[in-house]
Write a protein that binds this ligand. Structure first.
Ligand code: PGA
Length: 249
């Protein structure tokens, strides 16, 4: 079973910082056996090409984009397309992160269109789903995320679904204002995701306040195929420790 260990840098890092991080990862990995661990890194769009280039000698690391438009080209000022991020070196596209849904008008419909465009160009969609605190408090987490996933993945053929990654990222667990989810809190939502999609998609990941103290427990949850990490992995040391935890190095 593949164990995905990935990070999105969100809106952080200059080109110099991005290149340093990527070179350091390449040096760490050189000649090192990773077992089933599949690393990936999702820089801001400005740094995709530089990170891909810095990791050119380490093709085991997948580079991704945090967003891409559903159209291939055209009058969409400020956007980048899937062919453009692929051209820059991305092989994964993150889609539907809660910050994009909240601040940038991402809807189930645009998320679905972006998943389809990503698949059409042979990249891996990393679909993010997650419920707000009020939904969790009302006991609706599992139904909410199952519904989000169903809307995003509607109509896909089995072969297409087989390339999709789903990251469950409860909104209340993400970022500086979030609190880490306990494994007990994750059991029911992951069971729902696993029942609906576990056999069909490439993997189910968890994200939201992943740290060095809870990573092993989170990876120990049966349906969890990997971790999608923000703050803990922005410093290379944190990311390397997560790789070591996942690979039992
Ligand atoms: P965090 O971010 O690990 O900093 O909580 C997670 C995410 O938003 O994917």
């Amino acid at each position: 079973m593949t164990v995905w260990i990935g990070t999105s840098w969100k809106m952080n890092k200059t080109l110099a910082e991005a290149t340093d991080w990527a070179r350091g990862l390449g040096e760490f990995l050189a000649g090192r056996e990773l077992g089933a661990v599949q690393p990936f890194v999702i820089p801001p769009a400005t740094a995709i090409a530089a990170v891909a280039q810095a990791l050119a000698a380490e093709p085991r690391v997948l580079v991704g984009a945090q967003n891409a438009h559903w159209e291939d080209a055209g009058a969409w000022t400020g956007e980048v397309s899937v062919p453009q991020v692929a051209d820059a070196g991305a092989r994964i596209v993150e889609i539907g992160h809660s910050e994009r849904r909240e601040h940038f008008g991402e809807t189930d419909e645009t998320v679905r269109a972006k998943v389809a465009a990503t698949l059409a160009h042979g990249l891996v969609p990393l679909l993010c789903v997650g419920e707000p605190a009020a939904v969790k408090d009302a006991g609706g987490s599992a139904a909410f995320i199952a519904d989000q996933a169903a809307r995003a993945l509607e109509g896909l053929a089995p072969e297409q679904l087989g390339r999709v990654l789903i990251a469950y990222e409860p909104i209340w667990a993400i970022g500086a204002h979030g609190r880490p989810a306990t494994t007990a809190e994750l059991e029911e939502p992951f069971a729902a995701l696993a029942q609906a999609w576990g056999e069909k998609v490439q993997g189910l990941l968890y994200g939201g306040s992943v740290g060095l103290d809870n990573a092993a427990d989170l990876l120990g949850l049966a349906p969890v195929d990997g971790l999608f990490v923000g703050r803990t992995a922005w410093q290379l040391d944190g990311y390397l420790r997560l790789l070591q935890i996942a690979a039992h190095l």
